[in-house]
Design a protein around this ligand. Structure first.
Ligand code: CP
Length: 340
């Protein structure tokens, strides 16, 4: 399979090509072909969603439960929309208004949801690795909707889809991830997928917000399916990082996860690392600006950039529905095979 977006495939082909995976914990083991197949399916579903009467039933008879231990707007709503569009029943649990506040453990909570018939559990947690623990304790499937600093795989898939819609193949493209790398699960999942698709990923952050040895953590893990080396560059100088970029992904400064002393001041951070119109001009003409949201406008990104012509932030959000439909469909197909 070529690693660029296919638009001409018949619907049945894009569904049949979906990866054979029954959980979605992170993208570290995904091959370029698997990533492309998921994105191709998302592209088909995005176009199909434009037909208002179009209905899908890949998840008919299944119960999808969203279990969120951290706040969310985009991910939670788009998973719930995606599951409904695929014909599933949907229930949502916000930990803050559940029996978790009475001391119920993670294990008891997920076993309770399983007893209520959950087939697919979509989990967000502040604890890195929580989805892996859950996957060991339930019969149903688990989707990681963001765990601690570790991963946010469906965000990375929708980012890949958005980039390919505008740039085509990402091989040889320079993609800059700018900002609070240390605390970013979005950066970590994107590193798996973007490097697998042949992009060069440049990480730019002040030294205190750069994860130690992050480049080595990726470049020592070859791309599954091809064995090629991943290309990751750490460049703390923002002007040098942005020079020749095809995509600039600004990250939210995660103040809720920060320890004291990581930054001299918010104003200084913005002055040195904020994405402004002047800095964006260093990137290639037509470079895409992305941000996973929620944005701290005026901190990591200037409002003129966040809402300017290069910004694809709103499109990322809307692409999230089709991408999550494709991911849930992949899992629904795997569960159907298991049930045979
Ligand atoms: N990008 C993202 O995860 O946003 P939410 O926290 O709103 O879900």
């Amino acid at each position: 399979m070529t690693t660029t977006l296919h638009r001409g495939l018949a619907p049945a082909e894009t569904a049949d090509a979906l990866p054979r995976r029954r959980d979605l914990i992170d993208l570290d083991g995904w091959t370029p072909d698997e990533l492309q197949a998921l994105v191709n399916r998302a592209a088909y579903l995005r176009e199909a969603l434009a037909e208002p009467t179009r209905r899908f039933d890949a998840l008919r008879g299944l119960l999808v439960v969203t279990l969120f231990y951290e706040n969310s707007t985009r991910t939670r709503v788009s998973f719930e929309l995606a599951a409904r569009r695929m014909g599933a029943d949907v229930a949502s649990v916000a930990a803050a208004s559940s029996s978790v506040t009475k001391g119920e453990s993670l294990r008891d909570t997920v076993e309770t949801l399983q007893a209520l018939g959950a087939n697919i559990l979509v989990v967000r947690s502040s604890q890195s690795g929580a989805p892996d623990v859950i996957a060991r304790h339930i019969r149903g499937a688990v989707v990681n909707a963001g765990d601690g600093w570790r991963g946010h795989p469906t965000q990375a898939l929708l980012d890949l889809f958005t980039m390919q819609r505008h740039l085509g193949a990402l091989a040889g493209r320079r993609i800059v991830i700018l900002g609070d790398i240390l605390h970013s699960r979005v950066a970590r999942s994107n590193l798996w997928s973007l490097t697998a698709m042949g992009a060069e990923v440049v990480l730019c952050a002040p030294p205190t917000l750069m994860a130690p040895d992050i480049a080595a953590a990726y470049t020592t893990r070859p791309i599954p399916g091809t064995g090629e080396r991943r290309r990751v560059i750490v460049e703390p100088r923002i002007e040098a990082a942005l020079e020749g970029a095809d995509v600039v992904m600004a990250l939210r400064l995660q103040r809720e996860r920060q320890q004291a002393g990581l930054l001299p001041s918010l104003r200084e951070y913005t002055r040195r690392y904020g994405l402004t119109t002047e800095r964006l001009a260093l990137a290639n003409p037509g470079a895409l600006v992305l941000h996973p949201g929620p944005m701290n406008e005026g901190v990591e990104i200037d409002p003129a950039v966040a809402h300017g012509a290069a910004s694809h932030v709103e499109e990322q959000v809307s692409n999230g529905v089709a991408t999550r439909m494709a991911a849930l469909e992949m899992i629904g197909r795997a569960l159907a095979v298991e049930a045979r």
